[in-house]
Design a protein around this ligand. Structure first.
Ligand code: NDP
Ligand code: KPL
Length: 309
């Protein structure tokens, strides 16, 4: 298949690399030193499930030069999504499908401002991966799972799912309830991200602290209450599932929110605790822990805080 990976960082670089390994025609969109490194030395994947070095993978910073593709994997972070989505039109034909894997609940509506929503398959990914150094994607292992809307058996999506299975990159579930899938991860991830960012602890630190676990439970319950007020029915044992699944991840694993704050980069805070806080206000649902998280961290949401002299 012809696949454009828009944002070849942790998630996009991993998936694009694995799909290229099995012969798909993948073009990575990247920028800066990471793009230069891929162009000069190829893309490297470091993973306990198998390392790879892809020396001839295509990489560019020019979306307009890619041309029509079967699949657009939209894997930039949310602060960059509007900017890239407005450039998608030259890659889209009648059968092109766009996959969103961003955390939060806003990626599909953001892209739908620029293209027909029927071609957008929203999904989630449970995988820790990041750019270890320019040109190299690293995952420490742990959960490797994607759940993505199959758009009611759409042929392009079916072909993509087969390619992901063939690449043995990640367990992929063809979902018929993408709304629930996205909200399940949103309620979990906003809470995990909030606690890790407030405590500055990786998952192992959070799950070793009784107090941090109390905070996490409260944040999950607040987010579930918001979901319920929106009419989204999550599983009755959702909070326990979040504790079990995230508690079983490698202890050193952080959240992408904390990684971005520590790197002084723009964050996804406004689409995580910020979004739970805003929805709570809109729907009349109290969200005190998410509101504190939003208010405490808003100063660094777009990068290092401004300090008045
Ligand atoms: N990483 C993870 O473990 C997980 C991430 N997610 C979600 O997946 C999404 C992607 O995250 P992640 O892979 O970590 O993000 P990364 O920051 O690692 O990757 C995104 C890449 O896209 C590049 N980029 C952004 N805008 C452009 C542009 N206009 N042109 C070219 N390149 C561009 C970025 O460059 P630059 O660095 O210069 O900004 C970066 O290299 C997020 O929504 C995140 O929440 C979900 C589960 C796990
Ligand atoms: C915590 C993790 C890695 C879970 O998959 C994640 O989704 C993120 O940090 O963005």
């Amino acid at each position: 298949m012809k696949i454009a990976v828009i944002g070849a960082g942790g998630i996009g670089g991993y998936l694009g690399g694995r799909l290229s390994q099995t012969g798909n025609q993948v073009t990575l969109v990247a920028r800066g030193g990471h793009l230069n490194a891929i162009r000069q030395n190829g893309l490297r994947i470091e993973s306990p499930f198998g390392c790879a070095h892809l020396t001839s993978i295509e990489a560019t910073d020019n979306i307009a030069a890619i041309g029509p593709v079967d699949i657009i994997l939209a894997t930039v972070k949310l602060p960059d999504l509007n900017d890239v989505a407005r450039q998608f039109s030259s890659m889209i034909t009648e059968t092109t499908r766009i996959i969103t894997l961003q955390n939060g609940i806003d990626a599909k509506p953001m892209i739908a401002q620029f293209t027909n929503a029927d071609r957008i398959a929203q999904g989630v990914i449970y995988l820790a991966a990041d750019i270890k150094e320019p040109g190299t994607i690293m995952t420490p292992g742990g959960k490797h799972q994607m759940l993505v809307d199959d758009l009611n058996g759409d042929a392009t999506m079916a072909a993509l799912f087969d390619e992901i299975d063939r690449a043995e990159a990640i367990d992929v579930t063809r979902s018929r309830d993408a709304e629930k899938v996205v909200w399940s991860k949103f309620t979990a991830q906003a809470s995990i991200a909030g606690v890790t960012a407030l405590t500055r602890l990786p998952l192992g630190g959070v799950f070793a602290s009784q107090e941090a676990k109390v905070l996490l439970a409260q944040m999950i319950d607040e987010a579930i209450a918001v979901a319920s007020a929106k009419g989204i029915q999550l599983d009755p044992d959702h909070r326990e599932t979040v504790f079990r699944t995230y508690g079983a991840q490698p202890g050193a694993q952080s959240s992408s929110l904390l990684v971005d704050i520590e790197a002084g980069k723009p964050t996804e805070l406004q689409w995580l605790s910020g979004r739970v806080h805003a929805l709570g206000k809109e729907l009349g649902v109290p969200t005190p822990a998410h509101s504190v998280t939003w208010n405490a961290l808003a100063a660094v949401k777009d990068g290092p805080a401004t300090i008045r002299a």
